[in-house]
Design a protein around this ligand. Structure first.
Ligand SMILES: [Zn+2]
Length: 263
């Protein structure tokens, strides 16, 4: 009897051990699915952009593009990021939104440029989106929402209806809480390396929260509420303040005045 109990206990312990070991394995990364091949992402990114861009009013004015591009170039240069890997698009839309799409596409609404009161605030949102791109969040989130087989089919040019509906969801794609926290932390690091005080981003977050628009922009889209996210950004900035590069002028006043809405 005693032997049987011991044998049972041993089996139980082995079973628990096995379950524990299985839980420790990161299956997604083991199977190589965490980041799909760059090629798949590139093809999918192009297909989605082709569909998505038709729904946008792409802006003809060079003022907006060059203001956002200058900010992006500064952040990229200060953080060792190849600017040519990011496709920047300015879209005429009153919502203060910006979002990332597969293959490094970053879309910035004119409404965001009008709602921000300084280039530093705009840089805060752009750094957050750049972080989503650099951390591979867009494809990870697509894996979660549409799944691997559909991603592969869409990249192969099949499932046209799916490409259309997926493109539509990208403007408000909700990332996980962890991804948002990660993008905020990396965004703060990018800003500090660029010599931009992340306080501007925290303040803009609070402003948007108090003046909530109908559609919640991507960079605000998730729990925890933006009040505590703004606080978190301040904490992150304080913790990394030793890495802060000397403050630099992101844009000249003349350039900024051409694009800001002077709210
Ligand atoms: Zn985000």
């Amino acid at each position: 009897m005693k032997r049987m109990v011991i044998a049972l206990l041993v089996v139980l312990a082995l079973f628990i051990g096995l379950i524990y070991a299985l839980l420790q394995v990161n299956w997604l990364s083991l199977l190589g699915l965490e980041r799909l091949s760059a090629n798949t992402e590139q093809t999918l990114g192009e297909a989605l952009w082709k569909v998505q861009s038709k729904t946008f009013t792409l802006l003809d004015s060079t003022h907006y593009y060059s203001a956002a591009d200058t900010i992006l170039q500064r952040i990229a240069a200060a953080n060792g990021i190849d600017r040519s890997t990011i496709q920047l698009h300015i879209v005429e839309n009153a919502e203060p939104n910006a979002f990332a799409m597969p293959a490094g596409h970053m879309v910035v609404h004119t409404g965001l440029m009008h709602a921000t009161t300084s280039p530093e605030q705009l840089a805060g949102v752009m750094a957050h989106e750049l972080a989503h791109i650099r951390l591979g969040h867009v494809m990870k989130q697509l894996m979660r929402t549409v799944g691997l087989s559909l991603i592969i089919r869409m990249a192969a040019g099949e499932a046209a209806d799916m490409i259309e509906s997926t493109a539509g969801t990208l403007t408000t794609m909700a990332f996980s809480r962890e991804m948002e926290a990660e993008a905020d932390a990396t965004g703060v690091k990018y800003l500090l390396e660029t010599g931009v005080d992340p306080e501007a981003f925290a303040q803009f977050m609070e402003y948007i929260q108090e003046n909530q628009t109908t559609q919640v922009p991507e960079w605000m889209s998730t729990h925890p509420d933006s009040g505590s996210r703004a606080e978190e950004i301040r904490k992150l900035a304080a913790a990394q303040s030793a890495n802060k590069a000397p403050a630099q002028l992101l844009l000249s006043d003349a350039t900024w005045l051409k694009v800001s809405g002077l709210r």
